[in-house]
Design a protein around this ligand. Sequence first.
Ligand code: ADP
Ligand code: MG
Length: 466
Amino acid sequence: MSPLPQPKGKQPKVIHLSSDQHHVVLGTAGTGKSTMAMMRALHLARPSTANNGPVLVVTFNNALVTYLKYLEPAAQSKITIETYAKFARGYLNSKGHMEWGRIAKPEQVSDAVAKAVQSARRRYRGSVLDRDLDWFIDELHWISGMGFTTEDAYQLADRVGRHTPLQKGLPRKVIWEIRDAYRKFRDEAGFWYDWYDLAAVTRGVFERDSGDRKYLHIIIDEGQDLSPEAIRSLTLAVAPGGSLTFFGDYHQAIYGQGLSWRSAGINLNGRPTEKFVDNLRNTAEIARVAIALAQSTYMKSGDIDLVEPVQPIVGGVKPTLARCVDGDGQIDLVRRFASDRSKVEKVAILARTWESARRVAGPLPYRRLDADLAKWDDEPGLYVGAYHSAKGLEFASVCMPFLDESHVPHPEVLAAYVEDEACAREARLLYVSITRARSTLLMTYSGTLTRLLPDNTDLWDEMVWP
Ligand SMILES: Nc1ncnc2c1ncn2[C@@H]1O[C@H](COP(=O)(O)OP(=O)(O)O)[C@@H](O)[C@H]1O
Ligand SMILES: [Mg+2]
């Protein structure tokens, strides 16, 4: 990412929103949310700004950190940029609440949930118990992300984001028993938390903490993927008289919680949210595919927090969809394209899984898109990762191989959820991935094309390879 651009349109307004109140800014992909987050951080940290103070920017990946070097030193020293997990761990550590080995890893969570489900199956029957292990894990994470600590609270909750809500009454009672058993098994195995509890624990510790707060201002980027408990904990972390600014896009909610900032204690006192629709990243041709996807049956929703994307003005070339003879044909085409293009511009190979992305890249030199991406610059080069790992980033060209029905929606997700929900989750991943491309998008498949892509009403050019 380059130095910060000149703010335009409604951007200056958002950058200078009041510094002693909370704000919510919703905008579709490429509308400048991350850019505004940095500009606002800079503004709030600047010694010449009234009510300036230490600023925390919560981000999903470290790409934003690169912006820091462009900022003037006096403000730079007052801005901290980190992921939510790093913030929560750091805070709990400073309060003596954290023991490193005590966070259960995903495998340890799965083991304990599997045991809990098994024991419930011995006592109950019913279709809720036929679900896949991932479904139970997701439900338990949802419960802890919401901050429910009693079965009553869970029974009363409207389950947003899950298209077929779990019935109240017995099914939820069974889940609640599984939750209790999971926590018991996890404790017995020596783990006090899992990554999702971290937010609830952090919120609880902040609530009892009457000490000084480290940050006067907190800015959240990609807020759609934080649980309500995480957002509540950040609200509680703001020093009195300070501000919290939430940036998010619910079309990109890839962890499927479908949760709104509304349930997370951000009080706007009746002030409106700020909405951004002007896409400053993608060409009109790329944006058209993303818009068609957002309007497809899988992603369409009446949610008032979903901002409808509009088509940008800058035109380019149509995306390409290549039908290849087989998987090797896809790999061959994508490698040719990527090795050629990455000499002159930033190119990404994004696939549904890490494994398939790596397989496509093969021997080409590339950098992995992990959250700790140490270096993000404007140099040409090839980047490789799973769809979700590209969140927040942008590339001149994006290749999306293996858009086969057998790969997307991913079979494990289809097995774990009812079809509607599985498809909605997977379509949002495609949406994130497509909107990473500034000007060129190459999509490939070889068997049956995924059902998730919208119909090609002139959205892309088709070719056969070889
Ligand atoms: N005022 C502006 N003038 C020119 N380009 C801008 C402006 N604001 C943002 N951009 C560019 O638009 C692209 C998308 O911005 P970004 O902040 O990543 O959007 P989002 O976080 O909403 O997806 C980036 O390339 C960014 O540099
Ligand atoms: Mg962003």
